[in-house]
Design a protein around this ligand. Structure first.
Ligand code: ADP
Ligand code: MG
Length: 357
């Protein structure tokens, strides 16, 4: 349905210097495929989506949509715009129009749909995304998750053959990520063709038929979710999909700044969607540092989160020890029963107590 051949994009900066963001992108996208594009930031994922719908005309290569090269002279772009819908990170709703009007606008203006019909269909779409009761309000009064669901309904109203999503959940409060992802999951079940740039690795693994790992301006590796997440071939892919986020504190006395840890922990949990683990983590950290490991200083405290497996751990590491610094008492036994796992293990330089939460 879409075929991309040797696509390239070079930006020319005002000072005359250039930046080649897409080097040589090649891919074929079949009808019904759900492709997630993952990769480090700055590798051209957004630029690729924006090139496909000509918001950012490429500098070289070909894009074939339904057998027509949309970069050919004389190709009517509005034709392509009808076929290719886009959902942005920042929603881009029309703030001066009601929710319903946001959705009926393009079908009425571009497809010349009669108002009655456009409204009836918009109501159906609003039902589909769970927002029928919001038809007559302005976007201002909606939460981020609701705005994004309206943006999805608006894209669907044009009956596109493919929808491009550019990080549809990364501007959202973590509590709202789920509602948007579940709408997208529903569309995948309906068989809509989608290209989704996302940092939500587990979502990408669950919902996609194929994954593109973009790196250095090319599709560096592509395959099924099972291949890319389970058995990546190239080392950069492996490093990316298995990356572990970390936050580390050195604690050398009892006078350490635990409010600083609290702030760091909150930011970490919000960034990686761990809001539900935050309070418990903080209670455990305080309990470990002030009770079970009291007087055991210096120690290094680390919180780690493996995005793909979803495992979160609190590590307490003491150098130069061969035995666990945890006391053998009832309080520690109670702690053991409260966490998903408590691991005591020697390391190369000392000993580690790990709480899985
Ligand atoms: P990603 O979405 O993978 O994070 P982008 O496609 O947004 O990456 O950007 C890739 C690179 O292109 C970045 O270095 C970015 O600064 C640069 N870039 C993006 N848009 C423009 C532009 N309009 N002008 C100049 N440079 C740009
Ligand atoms: Mg981007």
């Amino acid at each position: 349905m879409i075929s991309i051949k040797h696509l390239s994009k070079t930006f020319r900066n005002p000072d005359g210097s250039t930046l080649t963001v897409l080097k040589d992108v090649n891919c074929d996208i079949e009808k019904g495929e759900v492709i997630s594009i993952i990769g480090p930031s700055g590798t051209g994922k957004s630029t690729l989506l924006r090139a496909i719908n000509m918001l950012e005309p490429p500098t070289g290569g070909e894009i074939w949509v339904d057998g027509e090269n949309i970069l050919a002279k004389g190709y009517r772009l509005d034709k392509m715009r009808r076929r290719v819908g886009m959902v942005f990170q920042g929603f881009n709703l029309f703030d001066h129009m009601t929710v319903l009007r946001n959705i009926t606008y393009a079908p009425m203006e571009l497809l010349k749909k009669p108002e009655e019909e456009a409204r009836a269909e918009a109501m159906e779409l609003l039902k589909k995304v769970g927002l029928a009761q919001k038809a007559d309000v302005y976007p201002d009064s909606l939460s981020g998750g609701q705005k994004q669901r309206v943006a999805i309904a608006r894209a669907l109203a044009m009956h596109p053959e493919v929808i491009l999503f550019d990080e549809p959940t990364s501007a959202l409060d973590p509590t709202m990520v789920g509602e948007v992802l579940s709408v997208i999951r529903g569309l995948a079940k309906d068989g809509l063709t989608m290209l989704i740039v996302t940092h939500e690795m587990r979502f990408a693994r669950d919902v996609s038929t194929r994954i593109f790992f973009m790196n250095e301006g090319v599709i560096y590796e592509d395959g099924t979710p099972e291949q890319i997440f389970g058995h990546p071939v190239r080392s950069a892919t492996k490093a990316f999909v298995n990356r572990i986020q970390k936050l580390v504190y050195e604690i050398d006395s009892d006078e350490f700044d635990y409010l600083q840890i609290h702030t760091g922990l909150s930011r970490f949990c919000i960034k990686y969607n761990l809001a539900d683990k935050m309070d418990e983590a903080y209670v455990l950290i305080k309990e470990m540092l002030f009770e079970h490991l009291r007087g055991i200083r210096p120690l290094t405290f680390r919180i780690t989160h493996a995005e793909l497996s979803g495992e979160t751990a609190l590590d307490f590491m003491v150098e130069g020890r061969t035995e666990s610094p945890l006391p053998r008492n009832e309080a520690v036994e109670r702690l053991r029963s409260r966490v998903k796992g408590l691991v005591e293990e020697p390391t190369a330089r000392g000993f580690r107590v790990k709480l899985l939460i």
